[in-house]
Design a protein around this ligand. Structure first.
Ligand SMILES: Nc1ncnc2c1ncn2[C@@H]1O[C@H](COP(=O)(O)OP(=O)(O)OP(=O)(O)O)[C@@H](O)[C@H]1O
Length: 351
């Protein structure tokens, strides 16, 4: 698939696919859904926008795709200003919304023809373009099937193809794998990787840390409408520090967890500076620290001496889940303050 390459006379960095500065959006009912979002996403990147339910991901994507006007802030997509050049922005993006765009009564090909008409794809190019896309998303053998007979994963692939019929250089995917089983999700990742490999910039929102880790070279974590961390998955994991000790308790109730926490915090083995986070888990608690391997065994001894019944004790490398937990735990100091790709220097250039 060939991408269009738009040029622009503006002074922006032409290698940026998406640039957003100081976005805020307050809904009519007063909900401050987005309070501080700035992004700089180079062309060709697969970028992950990570956040829990209600964090502000969809609101941000709707602003970036011109469907919602920010209360304040600036957006440049593919070199075009989202407000003064919104038609050019719309032509250069594809958008796969959380809700499906598929008509279940139409066949796969008919759905794609419908998108071609909606996006103004020239008639002579349509069928070849549809065939290429079907191949890309692995639906060639389903071309004459009614959409309602497709599996959940196939439907999502058709939805993604429908957002790509006009060969946009940038595609926005809003929680594209929500509701799929792990196998279908993993298959879908392969198609997204292929779309990105062919040159399309991918902006993906997800609640799944695993998904962001698998697909994205850079991430931003949004919490309560505000970006709290940015960087590569490796940057974010490095930020949280060395290792995580997982302690599994025989009886992981709140009192037991607090008891263990107190033992750890009061032990002379470490000072509070050595510990990045202590988090309750499903069956006990986790302790994150750069020196976990050194004092892990000392913890084990102290807990045994204090008659705490432990059924599991492991030391492992941090995952994005740990990063996310640390960022959302206000008791933990400054993990969220880092800003790997600072956008400050661009604010001046815009004015
Ligand atoms: N039209 C609306 N009017 C008022 N508040 C809204 C509207 N749409 C969303 N919100 C609120 O704005 C906040 C952010 O919602 P948003 O849909 O952007 O989050 P999200 O991160 O996409 O969540 P989800 O994963 O559930 O889709 C939430 O508190 C939500 O309830």
């Amino acid at each position: 698939m060939q991408n269009h390459h738009h040029t622009t006379e503006t002074s922006h960095d032409r290698t940026l696919a998406i640039e957003a500065i100081g976005l805020k959006l307050t809904y009519a009912n007063g909900t401050e859904a987005v309070t501080d979002v700035s992004l700089e996403i180079p062309s060709g990147e697969c970028f992950g926008f990570l956040g829990a339910n209600g964090a502000g991901k969809t609101t941000t994507i709707k602003m970036l795709t011109t469907l919602l006007q920010p209360t304040s802030g600036q957006i440049t997509i593919n070199g075009y200003d989202a407000f003064t050049e919104s038609n050019a922005v719309r032509e250069s993006i594809g958008y796969m919304a959380q809700e499906t765009s598929i008509d279940p009564a139409l066949t796969v090909r008919e759905n794609l023809r419908f998108s071609c008409r909606a996006y103004g794809v020239p008639t002579v190019e349509r069928e070849a373009q549809i065939d290429d896309l079907l191949e890309l998303v692995g639906l060639s053998s389903n071309v004459d099937d009614r959409a309602q007979t497709l599996s959940g994963g196939q439907k999502k692939r058709l939805d993604a193809a429908m957002a790509l019929v006009h060969q946009p250089p940038i595609v926005f995917l809003d929680e594209p794998t929500t509701g799929l089983d792990p196998a279908a999700r993993t298959r879908l990742w392969e198609y997204f990787r292929e779309i990105n490999r062919q040159g399309t910039t991918v902006f993906l929102t997800t609640q799944y840390l695993e998904e962001a880790d698998a697909l994205c070279s850079n991430l931003a974590v949004i919490l309560d409408g505000e970006i709290v961390a940015t960087g590569s998955p490796a940057d974010l994991k490095a930020e949280i520090g060395g290792e995580v000790i997982e302690i599994t308790l025989a009886n992981p109730n709140e009192t037991a967890v607090e008891h263990v926490r107190a033992i750890i915090e009061e032990s002379e083995v470490v000072t509070s500076d050595d510990i990045e986070a202590i988090q309750p888990t499903e069956d006990g608690l986790s302790v994150t620290s750069t020196d976990a391997r050194e004092f892990g065994t000392d913890f084990l001894v102290r807990l045994t001496e204090a008659d705490v019944t432990i059924t599991g004790f492991t030391i492992r490398s941090p995952t994005l889940d740990d990063v996310f937990l640390a960022l959302t735990d206000e008791s933990v100091n400054d993990v969220g303050d880092q800003d790997v790709h600072s956008t400050d220097h661009h604010t001046e250039a815009r004015e």
